[in-house]
Structure formats: structure tokens, C-alpha cells
Design a protein around this ligand. Structure first.
Ligand code: TRP
Ligand code: ZN
Length: 481
């Protein structure tokens, strides 16, 4: 799903980077062979993200993923059929999906006809349909596959992908995990709607993003259906399978709220009702500060997976074994739920701009602390800024921290400090307008740091070039001017 204006703007801005990337990866398709089929050319095998050149693919725009997944925790075997609706954005002779790891493909069709395919490079599933796909044409790729998925455990980026948990599994994708469990155009810039049918042993529950569409028991197994009707980046798709206590209801403000907690994580301090009601309270409060919640329901999943983080999966964040225990402080809920506006609805086009997610989510924690009677945002800024000039937080360049530093504290803490500096520069009226208008104007879209600077300057009528130069584009501790 293309977000019109942003995408065309990006296409212009990144033309040079795209060419360079494909040459560098050696996957460039020579013009001569590419045009062999009468002006039909191969879609590109990446989308020009300098940190992740293999991620995503060109030549088409995915619009909907229909994922039928069956998981057997005893054997850890996943059996899937992915039906991917897309539209060709060029006359397409062949195209790639991202799909990695040991899963074996059984059948692959394009519009119902068998298509030939090969798997190359780190994660390219190269599909050649029986006939070329004319630009603008809608087509459906159906891939049947099975095997024991392998999660990613990257030294810098941690765990992502399909993570087995003993009695179940979670699919947590950020940033590069999606392709471990389904074939996907794995770029934050190709948002699509999703529907899931997840079949699990009947003693387990399966959850995913969005709205529940019912559960049907067939003896030993039960199929749970979910649907996400708002555009979603693949990094935010999620499945959670396990034993859960599920609580469904509405927030006091009227938003549908579905939470699930593994009974093993329930303690006196962390009851299902607390998790549920605190989530509701935080989302309702955030709507008063950030504007209308961008999705049809909210909630959260507390799972015993030990991935070391919680994740802002769209509509329903996942808290792992350790982070679930952080409740009932509420700050972490404020963080993950703030991401629904900043990160999920409004998504950086390139991973280097992840501070636009983490800075806002961390600032949401600061605002939450202040409104809960804890330290004020100013106090939290002062404490964070007080770190010595040799501290880790000042080392990377925030708006281009490097592939291995996308989860570095620069994105979180320097990000929040930068927003606080913006607040001081433009005043509270304009700043709180910014918090609402930025996600409203870019709802379901993709953004860059340059978009953000232009937006703030337009809103405030101020030249903030020097502020962003020091805070976003220069390493080292900025002076407080
Ligand atoms: N983006 C997550 C959050 O801030 C955190 C996260 C995801 C993370 N993957 C990670 C942190 C890997 C460290 C390492 O809500
Ligand atoms: Zn975050």
C-alpha cells in the first residue's frame, strides 16, 4: 500500500542511493537482460535502505497479506499458506519476496498458476510468473511452506522473528524478523492490511494484530482469526501463541481493549485486571495528548518469551517475560502505546530515522511521569542531559546512528531530549499542537527526519536548523543554547 505523497517524495530523494545499493550488492539486473521480455523488467531485490540493503523489494506494492498458519509447539513445526495481494508498479517480468531460513516452499502460484521460483542471497525468494505482469495490474501470489522456523539472534539487533516459547511461540519482527515466518515485502515503506487464521492445539490461544474474527474448534485444534484493517508495516506484524488469560472490554473512553497474559507471569503485583485497566487508562490519557488513537482496538500481550524487550506491535504491543514485570509502573505501557501514533501509524521510511519512534515514545514516558506526579519532563531532561560528555548517549549521530545502533540510547534518550529542546524553542502551545498534528498529518504514512524538521519549522515559523544540526546530525554532547 503506497502512501502517495511521501512515497513519490522519497522516490525522488533516494534515486541515487538506490542505484548505488544495487551495484554494491551485485544484484543489479543489467538493462539488456531485464528488458528481454519486451519492456518487462525484474523488480529490484532491495529498497535502498543503507542499513538493510536486502530488505524489501521493488516493482510491486503489497496491499494485503492473508496468512494461514498452523503451529505445533511439540515439534515446533510451522505450516503456512501466505496469500499476498499486490499491484505491479512497473511492467514486471519477475519479482522478489523476502523469505529466509530453513522453511521449505511446497507450491507457489501467481493468480492461481504455478510460477517458477528460486531462493538466492540472504533472503530473496525470486518469483517468475508464467507471464509478465503489466504495470498497475493487481495480482495474488500464494506460497505454501512448512518447516521449523529459525529466529534471528543478531549480535547488535537482538532477537527477532519466530521465537518458540515452550508451549507456544511469538512472531516479533522488528527490524528483520518477518521473513523468518512468512514471505513478505519486508520494508516499512510497503504497508498493507493483514488477516490471519492461526491453527493451534486446542489448549492454547492464538492472538495477532487487530480485531478478533472468531475461533473455530475442530477437535484437537482450534483456528483463531484476526484482522488488521489499517495499513501495517511488516516490522509490526505479530502472532502470539500460548496459554493466556484473555481479557476483552473497552477503555473508559470507549476503545476496544484486548489484553492477554501468560498465567505464569501473573503475580500479586501483576494481575490480568491491572494489566488490562492500566493499558486502558494509558491509552485514554494518550488520546488526550496525541489525538485520536489510530487503530480500531488496543491492548497488550504479556508473554513468557525472553527476548529482552517489549515491542510496539501494531494495535497490541507485546511485553516479554522481563518487561511484563515492569508493571504496574505504567511508564513502559506509556512507551509502547505511544508508539501506536509514533512508529506504527507514522513510520520512518528508513531505519536511520528510528529516533522519530523512540524519541517520541521516551518523551511519552516523561510526560506520563509528570502527569503521574513523578519527575517532570524538565527534571528528566536535566537528569539525562547531566551525563558527562564522554557518555555513551552522545556517541552516535542520532539521525544516522549506524545499522548496529538503531536501538542505541541515542534514539531513545537523545531523541527525547531533542524533542524537549524543540519544545523549549517553539513553546508549549506549538509543541502540544505538534504532538497531535504530526501523527494526524502523516497517519499510516512514512516519514524522514527532513520531513519532521520541515513540519516543525512550518508549524512554528521558526528556523530550527541550528538546533537540529547540533542534536540530530552531529555527534557529541550539544551545548544548551
Ligand atoms: N522498539 C522496542 C521498543 O522500544 C525495543 C526493541 C525492539 C529492542 N527490538 C530490540 C531493544 C532489540 C533492544 C534490542 O519499544
Ligand atoms: Zn520504543
Amino acid at each position: 500500500m503506497a502512501s502517495g505523497s511521501t512515497l513519490s517524495r522519497l522516490a525522488g530523494a533516494t534515486g541515487a542511493a538506490l542505484t548505488a545499493t544495487f551495484v554494491a550488492t551485485g544484484l543489479v539486473v543489467p538493462a539488456a537482460s531485464a528488458s528481454a521480455a519486451g519492456g518487462f523488467t525484474a523488480g529490484s531485490p532491495g529498497t535502498g535502505d543503507p542499513y538493510f540493503p536486502d530488505m524489501g523489494n521493488g516493482g510491486y506494492d503489497a496491499t494485503h497479506y492473508n496468512l494461514a498458519l498452523a503451529y505445533d509447539p511439540a515439534s515446533k513445526k510451522l505450516t503456512g499458506t501466505a496469500r499476498i495481494s499486490a499491484r505491479a508498479t512497473q511492467n514486471l517480468s519477475r519479482f522478489d519476496l523476502d523469505f529466509q531460513g530453513p522453511l521449505t516452499i511446497g507450491r507457489l502460484t501467481v493468480d492461481g498458476r504455478p510460477a517458477s521460483f528460486t531462493r538466492t542471497g540472504a533472503q530473496e525468494l525470486v518469483v517468475t510468473p508464467a507471464r509478465g505482469l503489466r504495470k498497475g495490474r493487481a495480482f495474488t501470489t500464494t506460497v505454501s511452506y512448512s518447516g521449523v522456523p529459525e529466529k534471528i539472534d543478531d549480535p547488535a539487533l537482538g532477537i527477532s522473528g519466530w521465537v518458540a516459547t515452550g508451549d507456544g511461540a511469538v512472531g516479533l519482527n522488528q527490524p528483520i524478523g518477518a521473513a523468518t515466518w512468512y514471505p513478505v515485502n519486508d520494508t516499512p515503506r510497503d504497508k498493507a492490511t493483514y488477516s490471519y487464521a492461526i491453527t493451534v492445539p486446542s489448549n492454547l490461544t492464538a492472538l495477532a494484530n487487530g480485531e478478533p474474527m472468531g475461533a473455530a474448534r475442530h477437535g484437537d485444534t482450534t483456528t483463531y482469526r484476526w484482522t488488521m484493517r489499517q495499513p501495517m508495516s511488516s516490522e509490526l506484524a505479530m502472532v502470539a501463541i500460548g496459554r493466556y488469560t484473555v481479557t476483552s472490554g473497552r477503555t473508559p473512553g470507549g476503545l476496544r481493549n484486548i489484553t492477554a497474559i501468560d498465567p505464569q507471569l501473573v503475580t500479586a503485583a501483576s494481575q490480568p485486571a491491572d494489566f488490562h485497566n492500566q493499558t486502558a487508562g494509558v491509552v485514554d490519557w494518550e488520546q488526550t495528548v496525541f489525538g485520536r488513537y489510530p487503530f480500531a482496538s488496543t491492548g497488550g500481550i504479556a508473554d513468557k518469551a525472553a527476548v529482552g524487550y517489549s515491542l510496539e506491535t501494531q494495535g497490541r504491543p507485546v511485553y516479554d517475560r522481563r518487561t511484563a514485570g515492569v508493571n504496574p509502573s505504567g511508564g513502559l505501557l506509556a512507551h509502547e502505546l505511544a508508539h501506536q501514533w509514533y512508529g506504527d501509524s507514522v513510520t520512518p521510511a528508513f531505519w536511520k530515522d528510528i529516533w522519530l519512534n523512540e524519541g517520541f515514545a521516551t518523551y511519552a514516558e516523561w510526560l506520563f511521569s509528570e502527569k503521574s506526579g513523578g519527575d517532570t519532563a524538565q527534571q528528566l531532561f536535566d537528569e539525562t542531559y547531566a551525563q558527562g560528555s564522554d557518555a555513551e548517549v552522545w556517541k552516535p549521530v542520532m539521525a544516522d546512528p549506524g545499522r548496529d545502533n538503531i536501538f542505541h540510547e541515542t534514539a531513545y534518550d537523545r531523541g527525547a531530549m531533542t524533542l524537549h529542546m524543540v519544545r523549549k524553542a517553539i513553546g508549549d502551545d506549538d509543541f502540544f499542537t505538534l504532538l497531535r498534528r504530526w501523527p494526524a498529518e502523516h497517519r499510516y504514512g512514512n516519514v524522514t527526519t527532513a520531513d519532521f524538521i520541515a513540519f516543525v519549522e512550518r508549524l512554528s515559523g521558526k528556523d530550527l536548523g541550528a538546533l537540529f544540526q547540533a542534536w540530530a546530525f552531529t555527534a557529541g554532547k550539544p551545548a544548551l543554547t
